[in-house]
Design a protein. Structure first.
Ligand code: NAP
Length: 257
């Protein structure tokens, strides 16, 4: 079996301040952790960010932060990825269509960890919930937004993977399986869109990053020893900026080993 090639940020890459000027980018899980910092960072580089996520108060706080910095006015998009009805996702597309007419970027960042248990003992409810948020919700959102991504002169879709989505690990259960599925969804979509559209599709594995999810997975770890979400943003900027326009179907490590 051939091993998947892991890509990294090109050496000496620096994002210009106006890298994402005029781009409309939707970030899921924009209220906390990596998604919050990605949304703010994209706005700092000129993007109009659509803040999608579960907890409205958190999204509003990020909205206020972006506004207070005098950056392009973001849009609020409450979205619970536990939703299984197509209308929820169609509504997101309709709102973006009405307001912007196109979408230039989609960062699938929202995720849940689920239980730490063997597959033999994993409970069905948390299993299904993890699959819904991490895989099915991302699929339904992508499908609903594809027509808008096709309206962009060059669009970028980025899925969020994990090291346990490339090599399985005991007790990581639904989370690990969902991240394998995420890599598969990225590869399948990238291949389908290759040479028939201007949409590129790639994955980022953020690596160990100082967030609530990481603390939940490793409660005994000192968070101060971990890179912050801000530290991994250069790769996110690269994949949403036009420098990566010819990069499709690749999986990246934000923290090269
Ligand atoms: P986090 O701080 O826990 O943030 C997760 C985000 O997902 C939150 O904004 C959360 O919203 C949102 N979310 C959860 N359930 C949702 C739902 N049902 N609908 C919509 N949004 C929902 O985690 P993070 O560390 O930033 O993780 C971001 C991504 O990186 C995830 O895909 C994760 O698997 C991946 N990752 C992280 C690490 C790491 O070390 N941190 C390593 C590898 C991969 P609420 O706050 O409103 O619940």
């Amino acid at each position: 079996m051939s091993e998947t090639q892991i890509h990294t940020l090109p050496a000496n890459y620096t994002a210009t301040t106006d890298l994402l000027g005029d781009k409309v980018i939707l970030v899921t899980g924009a209220g906390d952790g990596i998604g919050r910092v990605a949304a703010i960072t994209f706005a700092q580089h000129g993007a109009t960010v659509v803040l999608a996520g579960k907890t409205l108060e958190k999204l509003e706080a990020v909205y206020d932060e972006i506004e207070a910095m005098g950056l392009p006015q973001p849009a609020l998009c409450p979205l619970d990825l536990m939703a299984t009805d197509l209308d929820t996702y169609k509504n997101v597309a309709e709102v973006i269509e009405e307001e912007f007419g196109r979408l230039d970027g989609l960062l699938h960042n929202a995720g849940v960890l689920g239980d730490h248990a063997t597959l033999a003992s994993y409970k069905p409810k948390p299993w299904l919930d993890v699959m819904q948020v991490n895989v099915n919700g991302a699929f339904l959102l992508t499908q609903a937004l594809l027509p808008l991504l096709k309206q962009s002169p060059c669009a970028s879709v980025v899925f969020t993977s994990s090291s346990v989505g490339r090599k399985g690990r005991a007790y990581w259960g639904a989370y690990a399986v969902s991240k394998f599925a995420t890599e598969g969804m990225m590869q399948t979509l990238a291949d389908e869109l290759d040479s028939i559209s201007k949409i590129r599709v790639n994955c980022i594995n953020p690596g160990a990053t100082r967030t609530r999810m990481r603390a939940q997975a490793y409660p005994a770890e000192n968070p101060e020893t971990l890179p912050t979400p801000e530290a991994i943003m250069p790769l996110y900027l690269y994949l949403f900026g036009d420098d990566s326009v010819n990069t499709n179907g690749c999986t990246f490590d934000a923290q090269p080993k």
